[in-house]
Design a protein around this ligand. Structure first.
Ligand code: IPD
Ligand code: CA
Ligand code: CA
Length: 258
């Protein structure tokens, strides 16, 4: 398991260094639209290739599920990759994005890394091995309720998303907490919950590559993860709530009648 984590960290750092260099020379970035409000750049694609090459060098038979190039191969062991989580921030010159990699075997996540190349922060976890930030153990915060808590969220910016439903949840939760952040990189939102920098995070409509690594890191840091309707989180869940245990329970109780 630690061997997987070591390779995941190596791949994330290689890609992260490449992405950070590109961020410093933004005139070389070529962006295209993938759909309404959804962008990809040459840097996302090249970073993804760096990650895939690093993994394939050590594990040529493993499968890959990567945001930009899709599924490669078929195996019980799948590496789930988001080469730049926070592409809109990256393109706008906002220094808040990350590389996210999870290793899954028969559906169970064994190792995970989220690397912020601007702050040089490596958030990582292995199943049963706890969660770390740059090799120091991290834990979720210990707030017992939403009062005094700071949460993060992501807005439903895609045209097929139900803004009305999102706003009903927002209207219910926002008055109960201190404040809400929308920083633009779901993987880092999850990593920050794990590190106790945020008390919870919720969003609708994320994909596996946005959340696979962050979920393991939050759980290994003592947090709870579910979907926003109170069901256990599954790969294809349409919403996510990740929080420390107290905030998670209070959030669920507060939205149960929506
Ligand atoms: C996006 C970011 C953002 C979230 C979006 C994701 P991308 O990932 O995580 O915070 O709100 O739903 O798609 O497209 O930058 O990899
Ligand atoms: Ca993403
Ligand atoms: Ca991405």
């Amino acid at each position: 398991m630690n061997a997987y984590k070591n390779i995941a960290v190596r791949a994330a750092e290689r890609a992260g260094n490449f992405v950070a260099k590109a961020f410093a020379n933004r005139d070389r970035i070529i962006a295209q639209s993938k759909g309404p409000n959804d962008f990809v750049s040459n840097i996302d694609e090249q970073a993804e290739q760096i990650i895939i090459d690093t993994i394939k060098h050590s594990y040529p038979d493993h499968a890959i599920l990567a945001e930009e190039s899709g599924q490669h191969g078929d195996s019980d062991t799948v590496w789930v990759i988001d080469p730049i989580d926070g592409t809109t921030n990256f393109l706008m010159g906002i220094p808040h994005f990350a590389i996210s990699i999870a290793v899954r075997q028969k559906g169970k996540t064994l190792a995970a890394v989220i690397y912020d190349p601007i702050k040089d922060e490596v958030f990582s976890a292995s199943n049963g091995g706890g969660a770390q930030l740059n090799n120091t153990r991290i834990r979720v915060s210990d707030k017992k309720k939403l009062d005094n808590s700071v949460l993060a969220t992501g807005f439903p910016f895609r045209s097929n998303q139900d803004l009305g439903e999102y706003l009903r949840y927002f209207e219910t939760i926002f008055p109960l907490c201190i404040d809400m952040r929308r920083a633009g990189a779901a993987s880092l939102d999850l990593a920050y919950v794990a590190a106790g920098r945020l008390d919870g995070f919720w969003e609708f409509g994320l994909s596996e590559w946005d959340t696979a690594a962050g979920i393991l890191i939050v759980k290994e840091a003592g947090g709870f993860v579910g979907d926003i309707k109170g069901s256990p989180f599954q790969e294809k869940s349409k919403s996510i709530l990740a929080a420390n245990p107290g905030v998670f329970k209070h959030f669920m109780k507060s939205v149960k009648d929506l």
